[in-house]
Design a protein around this ligand. Structure first.
Ligand code: AMP
Length: 224
């Protein structure tokens, strides 16, 4: 299964990717996670990406494409992958199409996670993660105590907020999404790959909707 999850920041791409990883046994490739990891390790690439990330802007295509190319070359992607947060503009979508054609691995579907603007804002401002185990919480909708037991943090999560989940940055991220990423909806629709999913509601409820659209046959051609 080779999938792209498309949707605004806060639409639940990361959460649903984790469920898709379990269901299809293919890795999640999140450019956001890969960039955050590079930044935390202080690599030259991570340091280069930092300013754009902190401002809620897109990191240069050359950096992101380099990361993706390297990741797709790893053997665990042979059976497929879930792309989360990539591509985010037309240049990235074009480069991805070319890369996949080279390795003969066309995308099977693009799932568009649709969430109302107010809900996105609440999800992003409320999002926290545990510093120890990485579990994601939401101080409004899924506060500590509602997640399954965790041995690593002993159910005493140390909550931290992503710097780009601060209100002033969120606004910018949503604008960048509208301007640069949203046009990809039409692009993938024309290729017959787009599957729209109502991504509001509980995690399992949304996952069931994703499974439903993925089991429906493709309408047109595949991207290659
Ligand atoms: P995310 O975790 O997907 O919300 O990504 C966090 C930040 O990483 C974004 O706001 C961007 O600054 C950067 N980023 C992630 N993916 C991409 C991408 N495909 N292209 C450019 N920048 C990206």
């Amino acid at each position: 299964m080779r999938l792209i999850l498309l949707g605004a920041p806060g639409s639940g791409k990361g959460t649903q990717s984790q469920k898709l990883v379990e269901r299809y046994a293919v890795p999640q490739i999140s450019t956001g996670d890969l960039l955050r990891d590079a930044r935390e390790r202080g690599t030259p690439l991570g340091l280069k990406a930092q300013a754009a990330m902190d401002a809620g802007k897109l990191v240069e295509d050359a950096i992101v494409l380099g990361i993706i190319r390297e990741r797709l070359a790893q053997p665990d992607t042979a059976q497929g992958f879930i792309l989360d947060g990539f591509p985010r503009n037309q240049a990235q979508a074009d480069a991805l199409g070319a890369m996949l054609m080279e390795i003969g691995q066309p995308i099977d579907a693009v799932v568009l996670m649709q969430v109302d603007g107010d809900v996105l804002f609440r999800r992003l401002t409320g999002r926290r993660s545990c510093k120890e185990c990485g579990r994601i919480f939401n101080i409004y909708t899924a506060p500590p105590g509602t997640a399954p037991h965790c041995d690593r943090c002993n159910d005493r999560p140390v909550l931290v907020q992503r710097p780009d989940d601060r209100e002033e940055v969120i606004d910018n991220r949503l604008k960048v999404y509208a301007k640069q990423t949203q046009p990809l909806i039409e692009y993938y629709e024309k290729l017959g790959l787009l599957r729209r999913v109502d991504a509001e509601g509980g995690v399992d409820e949304v996952f069931a909707r994703i499974e439903r659209v993925l089991s429906a046959p493709n309408k047109h051609s595949r991207i290659s």
